[in-house]
Ligand binder design. Structure first.
Ligand SMILES: [Fe+2]
Ligand SMILES: [Fe+2]
Length: 265
């Protein structure tokens, strides 16, 4: 099977010609499906863009949501609307809301949005303030202490959902691809070839998710885990353990690309 991976397309910023180019590039590879690792659009436009992608490509679309997808809305409302859209349209698969999918024998696809969970780096002294804290209802108007608590809770919830999915994989599983928006490790949080410092890491790493991946890797060392993520818009690959690799994809506003064509064998 063959899948096209795109991250952070931010379709709300894409002019028609760039959109047409992207659709043509995707369909030219004749994939079995499309993988999108978040930041599809913003607010109510997320569902519109997901349907547009499925209609234009005529492919199943496996995706997770990124922080921008929750802008001008709340986390629960966005997830509810997206889940509802996937119920109406079988081509759309929201992996955060899905059980592991067996692509071929003992090779699985799982996904989870993730969140910059303020567990890595130094959030207390970081001057970085994401627009998330003004644009996502759940994160606005909070004191620093409560914001920190909320971010950690979101990361914890993501990690718990992922752990539950990994726990139900059969003992025969040999390969897992994990789609997520946030890099789960600082080492995977690339920016122009360097990794995030203490100021950026709190908002650019989902540390709780990383812990779950490391624990699973330690208890299942023979299972090959490949994590695909985005959010930083800068690419890099890091091998966290012999069978645990994280690939972070690049992105340019207004010009969605294909990060990779991935063959599952
Ligand atoms: Fe993005
Ligand atoms: Fe993002």
């Amino acid at each position: 099977m063959k899948f096209v991976w795109t991250t952070d397309p931010h379709f709300d910023h894409v002019p028609e010609s760039a959109w047409q180019d992207w659709v043509a590039d995707v369909t030219a590879t004749s994939p079995d499906g499309l993988w999108i690792t978040g930041d599809i659009s913003e607010g109510e436009d997320v569902v519109i863009q997901l349907r547009r992608v499925a209609d234009a490509s005529n492919l199943p679309v496996y995706f997770v949501l990124g922080n921008h997808d929750f802008y001008d809305s709340s986390i629960s409302r966005t997830r509810r609307d997206v889940v509802s859209a996937t119920r109406d349209d079988r081509r759309l698969v929201y992996l955060t809301d899905s059980q592991p999918i067996e692509l071929i024998d003992n090779v699985f696809l799982v996904g989870e949005d993730g969140w910059g969970d303020a567990t890595v780096g130094d959030f207390d002294h970081s001057p970085i303030r994401l627009r998330d804290f003004e644009k996502i209802e759940d994160l606005t108007g909070l004191t620093h202490k409560n914001l920190t608590k909320r971010l950690r809770q979101l990361g914890h919830e993501s990690a718990e959902r992922l752990a539950n999915k990994l726990a139900i994989l059969p003992a025969t599983a040999r390969q897992i691809t994990v789609l997520t928006h946030l890099p789960p490790f600082r080492e995977a949080c690339w920016y122009e070839g360097r990794i995030a410092d203490d100021n950026w890491a709190p908002s650019f790493v989902c540390g709780a998710l990383g812990q779950v991946l490391l624990q699973y890797n330690q208890s299942h060392p023979s299972v090959s885990i490949s994590v695909l993520c985005g959010h930083t818009h800068h690419e890099g690959v890091v091998q966290m353990a012999e069978n645990l690799t994280v690939r972070t994809g690049s992105a340019v506003y207004g010009k969605p690309g294909i990060e990779a064509v991935i063959e599952i064998t």
